[in-house]
Design a protein. Structure first.
Length: 584
């Protein structure tokens, strides 16, 4: 009797679940539920990131964030980094909307480094919100909007975008906000999204500005211009937002122009296969589909053909189907929109333009960054729509046993979506804390130099002038990279100097107060591996051989002059190096 009651009760529970899932998997009346679940996934991603970040030291920071935060110590004390060349450059090229967010956080007592660690948590929920809204705006069912949101969150949680805490962390949410605004014909939403895009990621803003301009074209029933009042207002407001938003960036970064030409870049070692800004492969065998920096697909490992080809096919194929449906509307509500195809075409156009004028408009694939996201908001919802239209997935038409199976599968899918949202990548790097603390203790006017990769965390964590670091030595604009390269050449001369006069001349030229040398490098007359890509290899080897044969003087000087060894790195006051007596 008890077994029969339990069996009946169990059947009742599953029947109730089946009814619940059936009622909520169909119809638009349950939009609030699916929207709430979608936003909940964003909260899960945000909380997961916050929990994972909590396990890192307070001064851990992502690679690229070190660039854009390198100058923000000036807010705390405007005497720090005053006139510092590296800090001035990164302040000039930091997009204004990105800087404004960090400045606002600083005004509330949150340091830039601390805010960089929580910055991604603020983005996941808006991403979920606007992904769901866009899918609904183009005709997707609420459950499709939820599943697409889950996929987008998982993609962005694993991609090298939001979690970097750099300006590129902002473009996914702003792009989704803009697409939703365009789909719903919301003038203010579209204009604000475009304005913020220009202040966060100008390359994407140029692409979206082209997208908005293309909305003037209509192909149904015949090709024509759409000159209705609402469309004209959308285009005009977005154009104004683009001009106002991008002007500050152009004015501030223009002082470091011109950019390198392709011919010039081919003569610079850092653009070679072993350089910091590697662009040209060893045998010049370009792969425009999949490569490190020049490929159509961003962050794609070189050599692959199948994967990027399938991604491009999915992005353009899904976009074309959605666009075609706007030309041949059916009687039932189906996914349809011209916007994804227009975005794909705008990306393609600017990819080729940027390639033709290489470096003047940054790298070509900065304009195709949205191609992978397009797969998730075009091909995936179309696939889901097709599946849910199949008789097998129409739960209300199934037998009770099948309803139970489908209900259990739906519950399992919800769990999978939650787990996927929680699978957040954290790419923080831990500094050499002992070494950074030693640099931070130096006088405010200290100028530090040396071939030590730990300087990547200076000046962002030290607020002390740093002649150069590997991570911050980006080589696109001549006005920045050539002076940085000259500094590297001078430090190289110090490392390989066989005459004290050469060492003295270079130290005075650099106005360097402290030099840093890795303890493991003291016994060798060789430029460390991480910096060799900045120099012509053949010439560098000859200089090293000459220095070794004649006897480089720096190792002896460092042994006599070092103020201490911190985390395996010697800190050497250059005042001692300048003394002739120390060279004995």
């Amino acid at each position: 009797m008890d077994d029969e009651v339990r069996q009946t009760t169990g059947t009742g529970v599953w029947s109730a679940i089946a009814v619940f899932v059936r009622d909520r998997a169909s119809g638009a009346s349950n939009e609030r539920l699916w929207r709430t679940l979608a936003i909940s996934l964003g909260l899960i991603s945000a909380c997961s990131f916050a929990i994972k970040v909590y396990s890192f030291p307070t001064d851990a920071i992502s690679d690229d964030a070190r660039m854009f935060l390198s100058w923000m110590g000036q807010w705390e004390n405007d005497g720090l980094l005053r006139g510092d060349f590296v800090a001035d450059y990164w302040r000039a090229v930091s997009p204004w909307a990105y800087s404004a967010l960090f400045r606002t956080a600083w005004a509330f007592g949150i340091s830039p480094v601390a805010f960089a660690k929580v910055f991604p948590t603020l983005i996941f929920v808006p991403v979920a919100f606007y992904t769901f809204r866009f899918i609904r705006a183009v005709g997707g069912q609420p459950i499709v909007g939820f599943l697409v949101t889950a996929a987008v969150l998982h993609y962005l949680a694993r991609a090298n975008l939001i979690v970097t805490s750099t300006p590129r962390a902002l473009w996914p949410v702003l792009l989704l906000m803009m697409l939703d605004g365009l789909a719903r014909k919301r003038i203010w939403q579209t204009a604000i999204a475009q304005l913020l895009l220009t202040g966060a990621y100008p390359q994407m803003a140029i692409t979206t500005a082209t997208l908005v301009g293309l909305t003037l074209l209509s192909f149904a029933p015949l090709p024509r211009l759409k000159l209705d009042r609402l469309t004209l207002l959308l285009v005009a407001s977005s154009a104004l937002a683009t001009i106002c938003g991008i002007a500050p960036f152009l004015l501030s970064s223009g002082s470091y122009s011109p950019s390198f030409t392709l011919a010039e870049a081919m003569q610079i070692p850092t653009f070679g296969p072993s350089g910091r800004g590697a662009i040209f492969p060893a045998e010049m065998d370009y792969n425009l589909l999949c490569g490190s920096r020049l490929s159509f697909i961003v962050d794609c490992e070189g050599g692959a053909i199948l994967r990027p080809s399938l991604e491009i096919l999915a992005a353009f194929g899904g976009s074309m189907i959605l666009s075609y449906r706007t030309l041949r509307p059916s009687g039932e509500r189906l996914l349809s929109s011209q916007l994804p195809l227009l975005l794909a075409l705008a990306s393609l156009v600017w990819f080729f333009i940027a390639g033709i004028v290489l470096f003047r408009l940054h790298l070509p694939n900065r304009y195709t960054a949205a191609m992978e996201l397009l797969i998730y908001i075009t091909a995936l919802p179309l696939l889901l729509e097709w599946l849910f239209r199949m008789p097998f997935f129409q739960i209300e038409k199934q037998s009770k046993s099948r309803q139970t199976i489908l209900s259990g599968s739906a519950m399992a899918l919800l769990v999978v979506c939650a787990v996927g949202a929680a699978d957040v990548r954290v790419g923080l790097k831990k500094p050499n804390q002992e070494f950074i603390a030693a640099l931070r203790a130096l006088p405010d006017e200290a100028v530090i130099g040396g071939f030590v990769e730990e300087l990547d965390f200076s000046p962002v964590l030290t607020n002390r002038s740093t002649l150069f670091s590997r991570e911050l030595s980006i080589a696109y604009q001549k006005g920045y990279f050539l002076p940085i390269l000259a500094r590297m050449e001078a430090v190289k001369d110090i490392v390989l100097a066989t005459e004290h006069a050469v060492l003295v001349d270079r130290i005075i030229q650099l106005q360097m107060t402290h030099m840093v040398v890795r303890q493991a490098d003291m016994a060798t007359v060789r430029i460390p591996e991480g910096f060799r890509g900045f120099f012509a290899e053949d010439q560098l080897i000859k200089q090293e051989e000459t220095a070794e044969a004649a006897g480089a003087i720096l190792p002896r000087l460092v042994a006599n002059c070092r103020a201490g060894i911190y985390g395996g790195i010697a800190l050497v006051p250059t005042a001692c190096l300048l003394s002739n007596g120390s060279a004995e």
